[in-house]
Design a protein around this ligand. Structure first.
Ligand SMILES: [Zn+2]
Ligand SMILES: [Zn+2]
Length: 339
């Protein structure tokens, strides 16, 4: 089990995040936002493998690359395209779909499932190529945050954050906890390793079922209690275009949700000295982003969405400003001052 990820786009330009969750048996891909030229960093086959496209919000710099994604996926035959976003996502996507002329669509495959995250409900609409992308709205379902989607190996979580007068969705992918055989416990138990260990590690057998070990039959649940250790899975969070102030309930809620995140990929639009601009445009500054990572105790902080108003030297200084508060801070790009 592992989470592979890549920040797409350049410093000072639009950014997105590509995530592949590898469970060992299968690989599932997610894309967070789709700004201009963000797809340049992916192969066509990687774009066509994206199962879930998750938007934070629909300011232009997060959706300007959508046509390229749509062109490669609109009539995908094998599995639907899932689109997720804030309130209003169904309407925005419907307009995007209807921005093309459809007259050769009959009989073509292709299904899009668009979901919008409200405070307490999730709304859904389905769109089919065969129906020229006419919206099929479905009744909303109640939602108890933060989990919006769950598979055997991982789950997708969402949290609405304030971005001026609109909501921006923060996304987190969390692997299911891993259960492994503890070699020390195995040694203590005194049994020789063998095929029976597979029954202990895999979930196929019910706890009450017996397995044969050392010449006697033992309920597999008993062995699991003695031998398995559970470790939390990895997680990655995409936080972009928001402003939350320390000392507010919003800040505290965000910290507790983020707690323990392995990798936090976070917007960092402004330098600490440009606080007034950051407040005006509902964005974060280096010092606040560093503080967020420190208080949440994340594994590492990766900065993205740096303003194009700054020079390369200033982007490097931004990393250092955040680093002063949270040492495990990095930029996803190799930047050289002599650009
Ligand atoms: Zn933005
Ligand atoms: Zn924005």
């Amino acid at each position: 089990m592992s989470i592979e990820w890549q920040v797409l786009g350049r410093a000072g330009a639009d950014n997105a995040l590509h995530v592949v969750v590898d469970s060992g048996q299968s690989r599932e891909s997610l894309l967070f936002d789709c700004g201009e030229r963000c797809l340049d960093g992916l192969r066509a086959s990687e774009i066509q493998a994206v199962a879930h496209l998750c938007f934070s919000h629909f300011h232009m710099d997060h959706v300007a690359g959508f046509d390229g994604f749509f062109r490669l996926n609109y009539n995908r035959p094998d599995f639907p395209v899932g689109v997720w976003g804030p309130p209003g996502t169904v309407k925005v996507m419907e307009h995007r779909f209807q921005g093309f002329v459809w007259n050769l669509h009959t009989g073509q495959p292709g299904e899009w499932v668009v979901r919008e995250i409200g405070r307490e409900t999730i709304g859904t609409a389905r769109f089919y190529v065969d129906e020229a992308f006419a919206a099929q709205g479905q009744p909303g379902r109640p939602w108890h945050p933060p989990v919006v989607h769950r598979t055997e190996g991982w789950r997708l979580e969402a949290r609405l954050l304030p971005h001026g007068s609109i909501a921006s969705v923060a996304w987190r992918v969390v692997e299911a906890p891993k259960r492994n055989i503890d070699p020390n416990a195995l040694r203590k138990l005194g049994h020789l390793p063998g095929p029976w260990l597979k029954d202990v590690a895999d979930g196929d057998k019910a706890d009450g079922e017996p397995v044969e070990v050392g010449g006697r039959k033992v309920p597999v649940g008993e062995l699991r209690r003695e031998l398995l250790v559970t470790t939390p899975g990895e997680s990655i969070t995409w936080l972009t275009d928001f402003r939350v102030e320390p000392g507010t309930a919003e800040w505290d809620g965000l910290i507790s949700w983020l707690a323990g995140t392995t990798t936090l990929v976070c917007e960092c639009q402004y330098r600490a000295a440009d606080k007034a601009l950051a407040e005006k445009n509902a964005h974060m500054t280096t010092d606040l982003v560093g503080r967020l990572a420190a208080e949440a105790g994340v594994g590492r902080l990766v900065l993205q969405h740096l303003s194009r108003r700054y020079s390369v030297a200033e982007w490097l200084a931004m990393r250092d400003e955040a680093k002063a508060v949270f040492p495990r801070t990095e930029l996803p790009w190799e930047l050289r001052e002599d650009r």
